[in-house]
Design a binder for this molecule. Structure first.
Ligand SMILES: Cc1ncc(C[n+]2csc(CCOP(=O)(O)OP(=O)(O)O)c2C)c(N)n1
Ligand SMILES: [Mg+2]
Length: 330
């Protein structure tokens, strides 16, 4: 799909909304605590937005633990993501999910696993199911760089390649695990190189360039819809601005402030804004309007989350196991 000016402004808006949301949660965390430990996506907004923009409702995503932008663009209302962070009862996951395990099957979001790398085989299972059911649904699997050092990643990518599954693997390479720099855990330059071992395309993309992410994912979706389908591994080079999660020790232990500042200069939102201003697609008054609207939307979501109820303790054991289906009973 080619993007109209309205699309571009909408993408910019999603990125600003994601950042405003993250910064607000960060502030609330410090101010009064929020039940969920926040894994901020500040600095990485171009990936979730670029990858999910234009996806169909029936396409499936399994977001990473920093996947707020992906949730929003895929269609989870902001107030629901906020309520999930507050541990409040919402239709999606009933307050048991926190935001990074949020799922909503109705709009094609499968909840990821908290175990690093473990969401990747789940995504492969989803893609296999979609293929066996002869749908044209595509699955997007998001994960971090450190996740690609787990056996889960290798087994899953291999299986997807062998079974020719309609899936796109999207690695958000922010250069660190929790604190481990990838230069200490990887002996190759690009994670995308790993695709070659499984005979699938590996693509390196500037993860701070929302349009580059969009293009790469759209191309990969076309390959996933091919006959036979072909998976792709996309590596998005990016950087997380905040510490791994709120409450972690200060990150000066493993990276320098100069490095953080250097990456802030490559801010994906500033960059996209300047591009759109240069093309005359965005005007200063629209930028201000988007800032004000997203601020108001986030404030409303906080009010909603504050007023929502906590889940009923009686229901704590519900939804732990899927009910046994008749087919597997003797
Ligand atoms: C099997 C396992 N080991 C350790 C952890 C603790 N842990 C949570 S996030 C994380 C780092 C993840 O790094 P990466 O995959 O690069 O994603 P990022 O946090 O950088 O987005 C670790 C080690 C975990 N959740 N699961
Ligand atoms: Mg990482």
């Amino acid at each position: 799909m080619s993007l109209s000016n309205d699309d571009l402004i909408q993408m910019y808006r999603w990125m600003v909304l994601t950042r405003t949301f993250e910064q607000t949660i960060n502030h609330l965390h410090r101010q009064r605590g929020v039940p969920e430990t926040q894994h901020s996506s500040v600095g990485q907004e171009a990936i979730g937005v670029g990858a999910c923009y234009g996806l169909r409702r029936e396409d499936v995503i399994i977001p990473s633990l920093r996947g707020r932008g992906a949730f929003l663009v895929k269609g989870v209302p902001l107030r629901i993501v906020m309520a999930a962070m507050f541990g409040k009862d919402t239709r999606q996951c009933g307050g048991k999910s926190t935001s990074h395990h949020l799922g909503d099957l109705d709009i094609g979001i499968v909840a990821g696993s908290g175990v690093i790398g473990a969401s990747i085989p789940l995504a492969v299972g989803v893609a296999l199911g979609c293929k066996l059911k002869k749908t044209d649904r595509v699955t997007l699997s998001f994960f971090g760089d450190a996740s690609t050092n787990t056996g889960n990643f290798h087994e899953a990518v291999n299986m997807a390649a062998v079974l020719r599954l309609p899936i796109v693997f999207i690695c958000e390479n922010n250069l660190y695990g929790m604190s481990m720099p990838i230069r200490h855990s990887l002996y190759i330059e690009d994670i995308a190189e790993r695709a070659a071992s499984y005979g699938i395309p590996g693509v390196v993309v500037d993860g701070n360039d929302v349009l580059a992410v969009y293009d790469a994912v759209q191309e990969a979706i076309q390959r996933a819809k091919g006959k036979p389908p072909q998976p792709t591994l996309i590596e998005c080079k990016t950087y997380r601005w905040h510490r791994h999660s709120e409450g972690e020790p200060p990150d000066v232990i493993y990276r320098t402030q100069e490095e953080v500042e250097e990456w802030k200069q490559k801010c994906p939102i500033k960059r996209f804004r300047e591009y759109l201003l240069g093309k005359g697609i965005l005007k200063e008054d629209v930028i201000i309007q988007i800032d004000n609207e997203t601020r108001a939307e986030v404030d409303e979501a906080v009010r909603f989350a504050d007023e929502a109820s906590y889940p009923d303790p009686e229901r704590v054991l519900e939804d732990v196991y899927a009910p046994l289906s008749q087919e597997v009973l003797p």
